[in-house]
Design a protein around this ligand. Structure first.
Ligand SMILES: *Cc1c(COP(=O)(O)O)cnc(C)c1O
Ligand code: SF4
Length: 339
């Protein structure tokens, strides 16, 4: 019933965002030309790209400043030669998720909540992503696999919250997500439906009336955690989508990853918190980078991270201060960092 490529299912539903998704920019040379950047690093960029492809949608691309190699949005999507170096301690599956994958489609690591890998696809390839080596293809949920996942959740009454994850769960079609939501709402101990997605940021057109409808029309409490790393990622269209979600009663939270050269500045983090709140989003987590091979150049030291947090605390209302955390294998929760 579920085709192998979730992006081309259900051609009858609102196609705007799916077209945008299908027309992502994927060629390094084209990106450099569009952004009026120097082509001299192209061969290294292509090497990094062959390991983990360049993928960037148009609405995100247009927020990147032309001619600026240090643009904080560009840095998150442009493959670089730095990704090719091997750094001790940076591995292919740093969170050992293989072990918490009872079967395809579920990662159950923490009490009371679990991840349901709803779509293997993403609308953007973030260079720091800890899932860059994760076998997505084996984790596309549908048919018999989905039935197995649902019966796992139905059997374990300790599960109060189901977190749709990926890839990016909102890369799946509304029809599929609607059916999934209905099935989850039928499991009486499930109370909260949480979605972690970067789509509201990278393709804000994804937030359609149809999407809001399935998300808010069951008895489950809807929570959406957007993944925004920099205030420049929030343009008018993103703001409109967030306002729509807010009006529909969705609890909006943000998680960021702390990234060298992108948001490792107190000024940027403070501005991010203020801008998020302007659009009804509360900061939730600020993640220390997962030690995934190819992302070491984004790492910010714990000492610097804590210093940044002190500056944020000194300048923001308490509820605008995200929790600085790290995810490590073998703990019952994400670990807060403290001095
Ligand atoms: C982050 C994460 C969760 C959710 O943790 P919260 O602290 O509730 O946000 C659940 N399962 C896994 C595997 C996770 O990585
Ligand atoms: S899973 Fe999230 S961080 Fe990773 S590439 Fe997809 S959108 Fe980016």
């Amino acid at each position: 019933m579920i085709a192998s490529n979730p992006l081309y299912l259900h051609t009858h539903d609102s196609l705007g965002w799916q077209k945008t998704l299908a027309n992502c920019l994927t060629q390094p040379e084209q990106l450099l030309q569009r952004l009026e950047l120097d082509l001299s690093a192209l061969s290294e960029i292509k090497k990094a790209h062959s390991d983990f492809k360049l993928l960037v949608p148009e609405p995100y691309l247009k927020r990147i400043k032309k001619g600026d190699p240090d643009d904080p949005l560009l840095k998150q999507i442009l493959p670089t030669g730095q990704e090719l170096s091997q750094t001790p301690g940076f591995t292919r599956d740093p969170l050992n998720e293989g072990e918490y994958n009872p079967f395809e489609g579920i990662i159950h690591k923490y009490k009371g909540r679990l991840l349901l890998i709803t779509s293997g696809a993403c609308a953007v390839n973030c260079r720091f992503c800890f899932r860059r080596h994760f076998p997505y293809q084996n984790n596309q949920l549908g048919g018999a696999k989905l039935d197995k996942a649902l019966s796992y959740i139905a059997k374990d009454t300790s599960i109060r919250e189901v977190i749709l994850s990926g890839g990016d769960p909102l890369a799946a079609s509304d029809n599929r997500l609607q059916r999934l939501t209905t099935s989850l709402a039928a499991i009486s101990h499930v109370q909260i439906l949480r979605i972690h997605s970067r789509l509201p940021i990278v393709i804000p057109q994804r937030i359609t009336d149809e999407m809001i409808h399935w998300f808010t029309s069951t008895r489950l409490s809807p929570v959406l955690v957007i993944h925004c790393n920099h205030p420049q990622e929030i343009d008018q269209q993103v703001a409109n989508s967030l306002n729509q979600l807010h009006r529909a009663g969705v609890t909006l939270l943000n998680q960021s990853t702390l990234l060298k050269g992108v948001n490792d500045s107190a000024e940027v983090l403070i501005r991010l918190s203020h801008k998020l709140f302007e659009h009804h989003v509360l900061p939730y987590y600020l993640h220390q980078l997962d030690h995934v091979q190819g992302a070491a150049h984004f790492e910010v030291s714990d000492t610097k991270a804590l210093k940044l947090m002190h500056a944020v605390m000194a300048n923001c209302s308490g509820y605008l201060v995200p929790k600085l955390v790290r995810e490590l294998d073998g703990y019952p929760n994400k670990i807060p960092l403290s001095a």
